[in-house]
Design a protein around this ligand. Structure first.
Ligand SMILES: Nc1ncnc2c1ncn2[C@@H]1O[C@H](COP(=O)(O)OP(=O)(O)OP(=O)(O)O)[C@@H](O)[C@H]1O
Length: 211
C-alpha cells in the first residue's frame, strides 16, 4: 500500500493552517510530520483518516494505492490513527482490549496473536490487568500495539512515544517501525522529538501558525 495525500487547504474556522502540501508515503516507510504547536499536525491526521469535523475543514485528496478515500466514512478507509492519549476500553482487561482489535478468525489463532503482542509489549503478567491500574506508559504501549493488531492499510501516529522513557522509547520505536516495514504499510508520524525520525529524507515541516 502507498498513501498519497494532497492538501489544497486545511482550515480551522477562518484560519488557514496548511496549504498546497503533498505527501507521498511508500509501502513500509514512516514519514515524519513536524512543526510548532498549533500548526495543524493533529488536524491533518484527522482529515486523512476521516474524523475531522467542523470547525476543521479539509479540501484535498487522500489516496491508498491510487484509490480515492476522502469521500468515504472513517470505518471504510482502513486507516488506523493513534493519539497520544488514546483510551483503552475501561471495562475490558488488557488481553480483551487487544483481542478486540484482532480481525475475525479462529479463536486459537486470535489468542496466539494477542499472546505474541503481550510479549512484544514487554508487559508480562499484565494480560488480565484492568487498564486503570496501568501506568501512562504501559497504556500507551497497549494502545500502540492494539492499533497495529487491527491490520490497518495505513497508520497515523500522533506522538505515540511521548509518554515512554528513553530506553523503552527506543525499543518501541524499533518495534513499531519494524512492524510497519514488515507489513508494507505506509505510516505518518507526528513528533516533536528529532530522535523519532525514521528517515531524514522523509520529513515534512509544517509552516508556523499565523498569529
Ligand atoms: N475542533 C476544534 N475547534 C477549534 N479549534 C481547533 C479545533 N481543532 C483544532 N483547532 C485549532 O487548530 C489549530 C491546530 O490544532 P492542531 O491540534 O491540529 O495542532 P498541532 O500542530 O497538532 O499542535 P500540537 O503540536 O500542540 O499538538 C490550533 O490552534 C487548535 O486550537
Amino acid at each position: 500500500m502507498s498513501l498519497h495525500v494532497y492538501v489544497r487547504e486545511l482550515r480551522v474556522a477562518r484560519r488557514r493552517l496548511v496549504h498546497e502540501l503533498r505527501l507521498d508515503i511508500a509501502p513500509g516507510t514512516v514519514h515524519t510530520l513536524m512543526g510548532e504547536s498549533g500548526c495543524g499536525k493533529s488536524s491533518l491526521l484527522s482529515a486523512i483518516c476521516g474524523t475531522a469535523a467542523p470547525p476543521v475543514r479539509f479540501d484535498g485528496e487522500v489516496l491508498l494505492d491510487g484509490t480515492r478515500l476522502d469521500a468515504l466514512p472513517t470505518r471504510q478507509r482502513g486507516i488506523a490513527i493513534l493519539f497520544q492519549d488514546d483510551l483503552l476500553f475501561a471495562h475490558m482487561s488488557v488481553r480483551e482490549n487487544l483481542l478486540f482489535a484482532v480481525p475475525p478468525g479462529a479463536r486459537a489463532q486470535r489468542e496466539a496473536v494477542v499472546q505474541q503482542a503481550l510479549r512484544d509489549l514487554e508487559l508480562p503478567g499484565l494480560a488480565q490487568a484492568d487498564p486503570a491500574t496501568l501506568s501512562g506508559g504501559q497504556r500507551a504501549r497497549v494502545a500502540l500495539v492494539r492499533a497495529l493488531l487491527a491490520r490497518p492499510r495505513a497508520v497515523l501516529l500522533d506522538e505515540p512515544f511521548a509518554r515512554l522513557d528513553a530506553g523503552l522509547r527506543a525499543r518501541m520505536r524499533e518495534f513499531v517501525f519494524g512492524t510497519i516495514q514488515a507489513r508494507g504499510i505506509p505510516a505518518l508520524l507526528v513528533t516533536h522529538d528529532a530522535q523519532d525520525i525514521a528517515d531524514p529524507q522523509r520529513v515534512t515541516r509544517l509552516a508556523s501558525p499565523q498569529p
